[in-house]
Design a protein. Structure first.
Length: 48
């Protein structure tokens, strides 16, 4: 899973996919990381 911030691409999660269906825990982890990334990007003290 990836997200983009301006010209940057941020890898949130990668894993070996062995079936057609993505495991829920992988989706949840990627979503949690995206939320954290969005929270960090709104922090004016943090330069990303």
């Amino acid at each position: 899973y990836v997200t983009r911030k301006g010209e940057r691409v941020v890898i949130l999660r990668f894993f070996d996919k062995k079936t057609q269906k993505t495991p829920k825990k992988e989706i949840d982890l990627a979503e949690d990381r995206l939320k954290q990334r969005q929270k960090e990007s709104t922090d004016p003290r943090r330069r990303l």
